[in-house]
Design a protein around this ligand. Structure first.
Ligand code: NDP
Length: 316
């Protein structure tokens, strides 16, 4: 039996190259994407062999769609060895919040709430799987962490006391802290939520299930389409800046390899860990477990975020 991994947002960037890396290592990849035509084209372009992947529709910006995906996955009869929560949107230039069908702000919904629901539901499938080594990985980012150079640029993430979630997170509310809409901060806040979710999954389920829960910062993958909603000049200069000034630049290929390694290799079987290769790429490229930001290591906040997220996605 081939091992099977579900990867969200496998139609471009890190997710696409991770899919390729998994296929090369003999895994079967369920590419969970919102645009299947684009995903199929992308898979062929990077040369993923046809028999190593299945395309399945998911729109993480819609909680109904996440539920439908899980139903479809279960109906397909495949067993599950690993999940990679990778999809994300970053909309730095929008002035007004976009909304999910439920009425929630879209960046937080796609990046955090959609993945929260997906991970919670697929946990059941992982539990049932006969595999000895099962892992659930959510992508983090350096910008979640003001302790590091890459995280110092304002606006900094700040979940406040989760006032926006407490108040139901619908219009006129658009931010988790209940404050004024700020799209860059919404992205960073959502990535803090990703790390808190991973740590809370670990705390609640690692011991009882044996599943390994981790997160990683693959490096600055400056050429992915994540920055497609930014100014064209930014898109041109950012990779150069990361290559020649900060040294944070990594190729999409290498980022994809890192994701696959964290899911497959024995050295990354350390539940609760956040893996990084550093801000500057060293020649030997060694990974290490990095301490996450003060907000992302706040256990009380992780627990509250969990409870409030369960309510918002309709699980509580
Ligand atoms: P991309 O924009 O290249 O890829 C994002 C993927 O998410 C695409 O496949 C996109 O689909 C998908 N996606 C977006 N919205 C939805 C949705 N509603 N439903 C389903 N899929 C969706 O970004 P990256 O590859 O750069 O980013 C991937 C992850 O890596 C993110 O979690 C990001 O935070 C993280 N990361 C990226 C870094 C970087 O420097 N690029 C650094 C650190 C972390 P579609 O193709 O249809 O648009």
């Amino acid at each position: 039996r081939k091992s099977t991994v579900v990867i969200t947002g496998a139609s471009s960037g890190v997710g696409l190259y991770a899919a390729k890396a998994f296929a090369r290592r003999g895994w079967h990849v369920v590419m969970a994407c919102r645009d299947l035509v684009k995903a199929e084209k992308a898979a062929q372009e990077v040369g993923i062999p046809k028999d190593s992947y299945t395309l399945m529709h998911i729109d993480l910006g819609s909680l109904d769609s996440v539920r439908q995906f899980v139903n479809n996955f279960r109906a397909s009869g495949q067993s599950l060895d690993a999940v990679v929560g990778n999809a994300a949107i970053y909309m730095p230039l929008i002035k007004e919040p976009l909304r999910s069908p439920e009425g929630y702000e879209l960046t937080m919904t796609t990046n955090h709430l959609g993945h929260f629901l997906l991970c919670k539901l697929l946990l059941e499938d992982l539990k049932k799987s006969p595999a000895a080594d099962k892992r659930m990985v959510i992508l983090g980012t350096v910008t979640h962490n003001p302790d590091e150079l890459g995280g110092k640029i304002p606006p900094r993430p700040d979940l406040g006391e989760l006032e926006g979630f407490v108040a139901g997170f619908k219009s006129p509310i658009s931010m988790i802290d209940g404050k004024k809409f700020e799209p860059v901060k919404a992205y960073k806040d959502s990535k803090v939520c990703n790390v808190l979710t991973m740590r809370e999954l670990h705390r609640r389920y690692h011991e009882s299930t044996g599943i390994t829960f981790t997160s990683l910062y693959p490096g600055c993958v400056a050429e992915t389409p994540l920055f497609r909603n930014h100014y064209p000049l930014f898109q041109k200069l950012f990779p150069l800046f990361q290559k020649y000034i900060t040294g944070g630049y990594v190729s999409q290929e290498l980022a994809g390899e890192r994701v696959a390694a964290v899911v497959i290799e024995p050295e990354y079987k350390q539940s609760g860990a956040y893996w990084s290769w550093g801000n500057r790429q060293k020649k030997e490229g060694k990974s290490f477990v990095q301490r996450v930001s003060p907000q992302a290591r706040d256990d009380a906040k992780a627990e509250r975020l969990w409870d409030l997220s369960e309510k918002l996605v309709g699980l509580a």
